[in-house]
Design a protein around this ligand. Structure first.
Ligand code: AMP
Length: 189
């Protein structure tokens, strides 16, 4: 199985690039943000709970996120692999993912981290707000909060995969096609 963690700050292009990767490698795309948003739309209990954190740009608590991710992974019987987009976002989530994939005897192959500097992220998120309809993209204070949460809680997850020699940094600046080509090269190497 090819199991990829597509990593990076909000606005780095994880969603866009995930679409390219699933098409080429036939992977199952699991975006925790998308799953939470689908639950919000469906007004599920999980969605109502997640919304209260997402609206503030805070992380949904680990236990909830991990349980949700676990049940999504187990829905697929013979996957070619997964692309984890927006997960793991904390070290506790990374550890839980390792335990789960251990059970499936299919460890993470690679973490690909899209690197984009902060000023560019803010520009991209404000632009995305025009089409995404996401409240958390439209408010500069919430964007600031999400970037702060990324720097404090999520960026350290890189070290978890560095220690396992699975980490690759990818320049996230340039055309969408150029960035896709960099990702393909990193995977195919
Ligand atoms: P995203 O679509 O990845 O930008 O995520 C949008 C929001 O969903 C985040 O700001 C968090 O509030 C929540 N979220 C998504 N993934 C996670 C995660 N792995 N852990 C905690 N919260 C998450």
């Amino acid at each position: 199985m090819l199991n990829i963690v597509l990593f990076g700050p909000p606005g780095a292009g994880k969603g866009t690039q995930s679409e390219r990767l699933i098409e080429r490698y036939g992977l199952v795309h699991l975006s925790t943000g998308d799953i939470f948003r689908a639950n919000i739309k469906g007004e599920t209990e999980l969605g109502i709970m997640a919304k209260s954190f997402m609206d503030q740009g805070k992380l949904v608590p680990d236990e909830v996120t991990i349980n949700m991710l676990r049940s999504e992974v187990l829905k697929h019987e013979h996957p070619k692999g997964f692309i984890f987009d927006g997960f793991p976002r904390t070290n506790a989530q990374a550890q839980a993912l390792d335990v789960l994939l251990d059970e499936l005897k299919a460890p993470i192959s690679l973490m690909l981290a899209l690197e984009v500097e902060e000023d560019e992220l803010k520009i991209r998120l404000m632009k995305r707000a025009e089409s995404s309809g996401r409240a958390d993209d439209a408010d500069p204070a919430i964007i600031e909060n999400r970037i702060r949460v990324y720097n404090n809680e999520t960026a350290p997850v890189k070290e978890f995969y560095q220690a396992q020699h699975k980490f690759k940094s990818i320049d996230g600046i340039g055309s969408i096609d150029d960035i896709t080509a960099r990702l393909f090269e990193a995977i195919d190497k």
